[in-house]
Write a protein that binds this ligand. Sequence first.
Ligand code: NDP
Length: 292
Amino acid sequence: MTAQIIDGRAFAAKVRAQVADQVAKLKEKTGITPGLAVVLVGEDPASQVYVRSKGQQTIEVGMNSYEHKLPADVSKDELYALIDKLNNDPAVHGILVQFPVPDHLSETEIVSQIDPGKDVDGLHVVNAGLLASGQKAMVSCTPLGCLMLLRDHLGSLSGLDAVVVGRSNLVGKPMAQLLVRDSCTVTIAHSRTKDLPDVVRRADIVIAAVGRPEMVPGDWIKEGATVIDVGINRIERDGKNKLVGDVDYATAVERAGAITPVPGGVGPMTIACLLANTLTAACRANGLPEPE
Ligand code: NDP
């Protein structure tokens, strides 16, 4: 059996087109243009690429993009003053500080400075708490993208066994919360999990968010399971740089019912969901009904 390939690139393009359409309607009806501010500290090359790509896609869907580039040695006070300014700027509906940041800054503390209503990355404890208690939250973009792909592929997730490998605040934990909300039976696995292969073999849905290249081999996958590979790992193979996931695609594709490739799976969904979250934030800030 060869798995169906879940095309995240095509699905993300559909989400962006829908967001663009909703943004155009919002502008026409209310004159409001959603705005996303992205803050980049330092000159990490991968972060620069992400920020550029986010800015371009923000503009493409008709939103305003505000980029703030700060030097690597910016003080905490200067960074927090900028966040405070953005929190109070009515033209800015979403704020994202690109991580990682230099060592003298704390990511947790930075997130706590952002107005929860503008926290389009869904990392503020208020949003994590709202999600965990089943209330309306800003949901972290990558898990939200994974959920959209799963719903699109499987329809109802109710009653399915899901295993999330990884328990980060950015991916693993919110992913597990979203799956519980959709009535899956969820196991969260991590580096201390006993007999990980056996845990993964029980799952109808496997989400791999570990950050270890090709760690999950095909023989851990239950025949027919749906596999969502969040990992983005740069490796060198045959003298070439390659991007691979946390799942060993070559063997998993022979066992899974469906699988996301890397690249072209979860990655494109993350920015699409960031745009969708910014639109949602703009509607909420103005007391307007949220887009479907
Ligand atoms: P973190 O490093 O924050 O978390 C990794 C998690 O994996 C931890 O919970 C860790 O467990 C667990 N883990 C590590 N080693 C093992 C192991 N041997 N067995 C089982 N579990 C293990 O990573 P993130 O959640 O931020 O990211 C995960 C991956 O997803 C990365 O490859 C990242 O690049 C990618 N990513 C992709 C995005 C996209 O847009 N597609 C967006 C965000 C991330 P413990 O807690 O016990 O240490």
